[in-house]
Design a binder for this molecule. Structure first.
Ligand SMILES: NC(=O)c1ccc[n+]([C@@H]2O[C@H](COP(=O)([O-])OP(=O)(O)OC[C@H]3O[C@@H](n4cnc5c(N)ncnc54)[C@H](OP(=O)(O)O)[C@@H]3O)[C@@H](O)[C@H]2O)c1
Length: 341
């Protein structure tokens, strides 16, 4: 047995590499591949040199983490990338050249016209156009579109106004540790320094996700419009978004006000949302039932609720979506793409 390469039973078919296997998304990718019984023959766990030799688990077997190198993709069929944009920019071309099909979680290739950007429930057919690389969408965009797209099919969406409530796991394992540390030290009346974020995240909300652009929006905020246009094949789609980081460990939520071409009703909207794939309608406000991060964390389906006529828009609906961004916004969506292949 080669280091870091574990051989599994003969009925399975694909040689898989995970770049960033020790990270928040990478760990989830291993779990999702296992849980969905993806046909894996071998799995290669890749990370930086500092994690080489560590072990991750797949199907109760330890897999030794290898340092990413130019030879990491020899004999690999499918490579999942979740190690950040810089690594994707450098190593995705190497993986493609070695013959692997790449599913990339970074934002580097998402808007490249030659690269399909796919949410299987929305534009799964776009996978057919791939040339060895498929991009996974932004996590907040993915969660929001799971509810916006079915409504678009029914009523024709024109524009949305949205605010996100994004969990710290969206910034990776180190941000999870930072929130834990800040909560623990606050309990002892001490303060631990902010390292990942520019300000403390415990007991705070930061209207700042990703870098600021000249327009005043952040890069993250523009992803819903840019990626939404590409995924929904809707070049006129408009989205004005404020992205907010909140002290939640896992699962993003988005408050959406959407304006449609056609007249909308709450009953019709609920009917459409209840039938949408990958989505559950949780909308009984009188019983205090609505989507919440604690309820969707670890769940494949996103949840939508608080559906009401938007009082400030013509043909508008206001709604609230929550979804586990490590799953639908990253690992689950990536594995669903691999399943389409
Ligand atoms: N977190 C989310 O909800 C989410 C959602 C959608 C997309 N994404 C995207 O997914 C990617 C990973 O995010 P994450 O949250 O999982 O981050 P993370 O927890 O910080 O993990 C980063 C991973 O990248 C590896 N890495 C870092 N430098 C490397 C190098 N030089 N060579 C090889 N591997 C290296 C790390 O390995 P070491 O252990 O060796 O440092 C680790 O496995 C990012 O592009 C992010 O934008 C994240």
């Amino acid at each position: 047995m080669k280091s870091g390469l574990t051989i599994f039973s003969v009925k399975e078919e694909y040689h898989i590499a995970i770049v960033g296997a020790t990270g928040a998304v990478g760990a989830e990718l291993l779990r999702v591949l296992e849980r969905r019984n993806f046909p894996v023959t071998t799995i290669r766990a890749l990370a930086s040199g500092k994690s080489a030799g560590r072990k991750v688990q797949f199907r109760n077997q330890p897999i030794i983490v290898e340092e990413l190198s130019d030879h990491s993709f020899d004999n690999i069929d499918i490579a999942f990338f979740s190690a950040g944009g810089e690594i994707s920019r450098k190593s995705v071309p190497i993986a493609r050249k070695a013959g692997a099909i790449v599913i990339d979680n970074s934002s580097v290739f998402r808007m490249d016209p030659d690269v399909p950007l796919v949410i299987p429930e929305i534009n799964g057919q776009d996978v057919k156009q791939h040339r060895g690389l498929i991009a996974n969408p932004n996590c907040t965009t993915a969660v929001a579109l799971m509810a916006i797209y079915p409504l678009h099919r029914a009523f024709g969406v024109r524009r949305v106004f949205a605010a996100s409530y994004q969990a710290v796991s969206g910034s990776g394992q180190r941000a999870i540790n930072e929130l834990k540390e800040q909560i623990a030290t606050a309990a002892e009346d001490r303060q631990s320094p902010a390292q990942i974020y520019p300000h403390p995240i415990a007991f705070n909300v930061l209207p700042h996700v990703d870098v600021f652009l000249e327009s005043g929006y952040t890069k993250e905020e523009m992803k819903m419009q840019n990626e939404g246009r590409k995924i929904m094949h809707l070049p006129e789609f408009l989205a004005s978004v404020t992205c907010v980081r909140v002290p939640v460990y896992r699962a993003h939520s988005v408050a959406v006000s959407a304006e449609f071409e056609k007249k909308v009703s709450v009953e019709q909207a609920r009917e459409v949302l209840a039938k949408a794939p990958g989505l559950e309608l949780v909308d009984e406000p009188q019983k205090n039932r609505y989507p919440m991060p604690l309820n969707v964390a670890g769940k494949d389906n996103c949840e939508v609720g608080r559906v009401r006529l938007d009082c400030a828009l013509a043909n508008g609906l206001a709604l609230w979506v929550s979804g586990d961004q490590l799953l639908k916004g990253a690992a689950l969506n990536a594995v669903q793409i691999a399943e389409l292949l």
